[in-house]
Design a protein around this ligand. Structure first.
Ligand code: ADP
Ligand code: F6P
Length: 332
């Protein structure tokens, strides 16, 4: 295989804090290796439209601290179609781009895998999503910041919850993953956490609230992952209040969790993965994702990032169970 000479970089799917730090690292690593580097604007939509922007070291100055993505992002229906991907591959070839780094979530990786296998595009992914739902990396870029943002809100809600003796059902993002809920629930001292990874136990939630009330506790925080049950926090609140007489409110934190300046953890992870992605592509790797694996960097086939949803015992599955245990002992 000929050596890579010109790399493209894009962000795709939901934006996540730290994407800019990853772009910066990709650009600067490419330049350090004597490679040409081009930004693709608006994710796969821009790839199909040929929206390319040459990048140099200066063009990524002062972005490491910024939330969002300076390359913009999108969800692109046309990329699901073979014709859309063929157009994208044609545009890359026309621009002389022979390697592509995509910063996104598992949906973006499914598209990237097809681009690599159908058109031979040399492709490497960097996990960038607040959901932390990707196999092959301990954390995704953006997760840590989103957790801290949600936690700040929960701390504030606790003030008003205590003042009014109210039960708050707080919905956090995560699509089908309970990662954000689990961590903010534990760190925010929630009395209960409802996540998609285990069936909702209405009896247990009610028993927790009643036991607390018997001890004189009058305010409670229940953190609900948006994908835990149909209808999210609202339907959990309705189900619980049908059984118990409650003074309750529902608070849906929403897109605030996607914004803001990335934490040091996300900036560092993004910088490490940006360097690793360019090094991997330059070493001839393709159809893979680079991930933060323990204290090192792991490289996994893209297909594993969404197919091996269930983490192996000893990794995140064990952590999920441990966090649930810790939250249930310390939160009640
Ligand atoms: P994320 O990458 O954050 O998981 P999405 O699931 O919305 O976000 O995916 C982002 C984009 O990736 C989609 O809008 C689409 O363009 C592309 N994509 C997702 N899944 C596929 C697929 N199965 N085949 C082709 N392209 C896909
Ligand atoms: O994947 C990131 C995410 O924020 C999910 O947590 C959430 O379910 C979804 O994107 C929201 O998507 P949109 O930005 O289209 O509302």
């Amino acid at each position: 295989m000929a050596a890579v000479r010109h790399i493209g970089v894009l962000t795709s799917g939901g934006d996540a804090p730290g994407m800019n730090a990853a772009i910066r690292a990709v650009v600067r690593t490419a330049i350090a290796r004597g490679l040409e580097i081009t930004g693709v604007v608006r994710g796969y939509t821009g790839l199909i439209a040929g929206e390319f922007r040459p990048l140099d070291a200066h063009s990524v100055s002062n972005i490491i601290q910024l939330g969002g993505t300076v390359l913009k992002t999108s969800r692109c229906q046309e990329f699901f179609e073979p014709g859309g991907r063929a157009k994208a591959a044609g545009n890359l070839a026309d621009a002389g781009i022979d390697g592509l780094v995509v910063i996104g979530g598992d949906g973006s990786f499914q598209g990237l895998h097809l681009l690599a296998t159908e058109h031979g595009v040399r492709a490497v992914g960097i996990p960038g999503t607040i959901d932390n739902d990707i196999y092959g990396t301990d954390f995704t870029v953006g997760f840590h910041t989103a957790v801290n943002t949600a936690l700040e809100s929960i701390d504030k809600i606790r003030d008003t919850s205590a003042s009014h003796d109210r039960v708050f059902f707080i919905e956090v993002m995560g699509r089908t993953s309970g990662s954000i809920a689990l961590v903010v629930g534990t760190a925010g001292g929630a009395e209960e956490i409802v996540i998609p990874e285990e069936p909702m136990d209405l009896e247990r939630i009610c028993a927790t609230l009643e036991a607390g009330q018997r001890r004189g506790k009058e305010s409670f925080i229940i953190v609900v992952a948006e994908g835990a049950v149909d209808g999210g926090a609202r339907s959990v609140a309705e189900a619980v209040s049908e059984k118990l007489h409650l003074n309750y409110r529902v608070s849906i934190l929403g897109h605030v969790q996607r914004g803001g300046s990335p934490t040091s953890h996300d900036r560092t992870l993004a910088s490490r993965l940006g360097v690793a992605a360019v090094e991997a592509i330059d070493a001839g790797r393709s159809d893979v994702m680079v991930g933060g694996d323990g204290w090192g960097i792991g490289i996994v086939p893209l297909v594993e990032t969404w197919q091996r949803r269930d983490p192996l015992p000893g990794t995140k599955e064990a952590l999920t169970l441990e966090l649930l245990r810790v939250a249930r002992i310390t939160g009640t």
